[in-house]
Design a binder for this molecule. Structure first.
Ligand code: NAD
Ligand code: ZN
Length: 231
């Protein structure tokens, strides 16, 4: 099956669902500096702060008020309408794409997964994690970390993403600032491979000029509009 469309999503697609984005200019995420909560160095320095930050993000995600919005739903519909032809990769660590019914690759990991640093097994959790948490595979205590790809770590699925970008006729980037690499480089790769590139965002971004077309406005309105052009 040849992939026709590669979709890259970022924090902006979940903003209308009530999850805060990284704020562009001041670089704060839920009042924390990214370097204090989203790097391996931060975890070594202050594991409690980092675990608390992700515990809060996890409980926020599980709040019954948080739900997929029409942008997540439209992408799931597109994927259903073109079986095997729509590859969705997200930088998001929430599970709103899945809740809308889509299958996605989480290149930066998932909030609801934790990983054992002793045996490298990943397990699903909806609970808080701390230094007393035990690995359900090897039984070791105090070695569980969020299965999140922090700055300076290697994103997941890079081979598969590259392969999809090479095939795509169309590449669309939704709600992503184009500042976090390697995801920010996907548009240039897709273009080199000959894809038509579309950006959907509240406003033009640092990389807008590379795209062939832009839809500027709220993802909940612009994504369904773009999906309609493909169906
Ligand atoms: P970012 O916060 O850097 O950029 C968000 C982009 O979304 C901005 O360009 C903004 O203009 C746009 N945006 C905001 N609201 C929008 C809306 N309603 N409709 C359309 N566009 C909208 O996010 P990023 O580029 O994804 O990079 C941030 C990193 O932060 C990622 O690596 C991700 O792992 C992490 N993060 C994830 C979540 C989540 O899982 N929901 C939330 C915050 C941060
Ligand atoms: Zn283990």
């Amino acid at each position: 099956m040849v992939i026709e469309v590669v979709v890259l999503t970022g924090a902006g697609i979940s903003a209308e669902s009530g999850l805060a984005t990284f704020r562009g200019d001041d670089g704060l995420w839920e009042n924390h500096r990214v370097e204090d909560v989203a790097t391996p160095e931060a975890f070594v320095r202050d594991p409690e702060l980092v675990q608390r930050f992700y515990n809060q993000r996890r409980q926020q995600l599980l709040n019954p008020e948080i739900a997929p919005n029409p942008a997540h739903v439209a992408l799931a519909e597109l994927q259903r309408a073109k079986p095997g032809k729509v590859f969705i990769v997200t930088q998001n660590i929430d599970d709103l794409h899945e809740r809308a019914g889509a299958e996605v690759r989480h290149m930066h990991g998932e909030l609801l997964n934790i990983r054992c640093m002793a045996c490298v097994q990943i397990q699903r959790t909806s609970h808080d994690v701390d230094e007393t948490t035990q690995c359900s595979y090897c039984g070791v205590q105090g070695q569980m970390r969020p299965d999140i790809v922090w700055f300076g770590e290697m994103p997941y699925f890079m081979g598969e993403i590259e392969h999809a970008l090479a095939q795509a006729e169309q590449f669309v980037a939704i709600g992503t600032s184009g500042l976090v690499y390697p995801a920010a480089g996907f548009v240039a790769q897709a273009k080199d491979y000959g894809a038509r590139c579309v950006e959907i965002n509240l406003e033009p971004t640092a990389v807008s000029s590379i795209f062939d077309q832009g839809y500027y406005g709220a993802a909940s309105e612009e994504v369904p509009r773009w999906v309609e052009t493909l169906l």
